[in-house]
Design a protein around this ligand. Structure first.
Ligand code: ADP
Ligand code: ASP
Ligand code: MG
Length: 429
């Protein structure tokens, strides 16, 4: 069985939904993961922001606009608006309630609840053997806020058994429950993750991520002109690109597929015949595949004479990051200093105050990591020189090389990100 995921743009209008329904209904049994219609998650977040600010009228106004849009979409699909009306009644109640982070998570879950209900209703009405499988019944997080694979597998198996045999099973991406049973989510773009988790747990034949572009491009098409699709990637290459900013994939969604060795295909809903990108465990030597960039990076530098000839210094540094559950992305060291980059600054104050007991600490914000992904083994010599000479006019702040055989990451100030991406595009591709 295959697992197919369609993103927000793919289901962004009634017309698009009809087209996706045709792609789904090819006779082959499948599980289909859907995102919210494009723009809806942002609107729902705007509603909860208004609630947080105490502007309940503002929240209700946005909801009214959404309702109007969805009524029209239902009319276009020729499905009864009454099937999704209860969701809007619930949202209206929430618009008037007091803000909590839980209310925000509840509100934001409605995008996927509504889109999947519309699709399942439409498909059944078209005479297809489709059924809805509620993600809130099986997708679970553990106490660290990460997917609980064991519990999700158990619940998913129960759900599939309960549903019985149906050709097209439609489920929500993104949304889940925490160990307390409250509604939660897999973070922005998390529908990809839902698809790869399901794919891994049911040992799917393939996971397909259908989106608005013909696969992973060799550079970020939002900033660089003339980018091209990369037809083959290894799991590790795709994971690095996703983690380091290639928005087409959720940062961690490749991992479950890699562990279970399930190929992932990236396909374009608007151009279904295009080859797209095929991701599996094959490594193609001798080529550089793509460049990606990740913003919002902080660099922490700690300088200390105590590092000189000492052992155990780095472990004390790392313990502090571990204590505050903050992962380090890049790290470079010299005999008297260590620089580290992080993208989560929620615990930055506490981290800095503890690091100060070890040395002099400085922090810089508004940085971007540029990652070049492909064959960076010694056999593919000369690539590093090409990369560095491409960036000869750009102040590079950190270079991380040798950590993996398929990635070199460079840190630049965010204002230099686009010029850096363009310069690398010219030299590498
Ligand atoms: P969906 O809503 O289907 O999940 P996303 O917007 O999350 O779609 O991801 C697709 C978008 O990712 C593309 O429209 C493109 O702008 C962006 N993107 C960023 N980097 C890349 C890349 N390297 N290759 C392809 N798309 C990329
Ligand atoms: N709807 C969610 C978002 O906009 C999840 C997703 O689209 O993957 O982030
Ligand atoms: Mg996405």
């Amino acid at each position: 069985m295959k697992v197919l995921k369609f993103g927000g743009t793919s289901v962004g209008s009634a017309g698009r939904m009809k087209h996706v329904a045709e792609l789904i209904a090819d006779g082959e049994a499948k599980i289909v993961v859907l995102s919210a219609m494009s723009g809806t998650t942002n609107k729902l977040l705007q509603i909860s922001e208004y609630i947080r600010l105490g502007n309940h009228t503002g929240a209700s106004d946005i909801l009214r606009e959404l309702k109007f849009k969805y009524r029209n979409e239902c009319n276009d699909l020729k499905i009864d608006y009454a099937t999704i009306k209860p969701f809007f009644a619930e949202l209206q109640k929430m618009c008037l309630s007091a803000y909590t982070t839980q209310i925000e998570k509840n509100i934001v879950s409605y995008g996927e609840l509504i889109s999947t209900t519309m699709m399942a209703t439409y498909m059944v009405q078209q005479g297809h053997d489709a059924i809805l499988m509620p993600a809130l019944n099986y997708m679970r997080l553990n106490s660290h806020g990460e997917p609980d694979f064991n519990e999700t597998e158990r619940l998913l198996r129960n759900q599939l058994e309960e549903l019985g045999s149906h050709r097209y099973i439609i489920t929500q991406g993104f949304i889940c429950r925490n160990p307390e049973g409250e509604i939660d989510n897999l973070h922005r773009g998390g529908s990809d993750y839902t698809a790869s988790i399901i794919g891994a747990l049911i040992d799917a034949q393939e996971i397909q991520i259908w989106t608005d572009i013909d696969g992973m491009h060799n550079n970020d098409p939002r900033y660089v002109e003339g980018t091209k699709p990369v037809h083959n990637l290894s799991f590790d290459e795709a994971a690095e690109l996703a983690y380091f900013g290639a928005k087409i994939l959720h940062p961690t969604c490749i991992l479950p597929a890699k562990i279970h060795n399930i190929p992932v295909r990236l396909l374009n809903t608007m151009m279904p015949e295009a080859q797209g990108t095929y991701i599996d465990d094959h490594i193609l030597h001798g080529t550089i595949k793509a460049v990606a960039a990740k913003d919002g990076i902080f660099v922490i530098r700690i300088q200390s004479d105590r590092m000189l000839m000492a052992y155990g210094f780095l472990s004390r540094v790392f313990e502090i990051f571990e204590k505050y559950c903050t992962p380090i992305d890049l790290i470079t060291t010299s005999e008297v200093a260590v620089s580290m980059s992080i993208d989560n600054n929620s615990q930055l104050k506490s981290i800095i105050s503890e690091l100060k007991t070890l040395g002099t600490v400085s922090v810089e914000s508004n940085m971007s990591i540029i990652s070049v992904v492909g064959d960076l083994t010694p056999n593919n010599s000369g690539v590093e020189a090409t990369i560095l000479s491409a960036l000869k006019d750009i102040p590079v702040r950190m270079i991380s090389y040798g950590g993996s055989e398929h990635n070199i990451s460079l840190l630049v100030s965010s204002e230099h990100k686009i010029p850096a991406l363009k310069a690398l595009n010219k030299s590498l591709f």
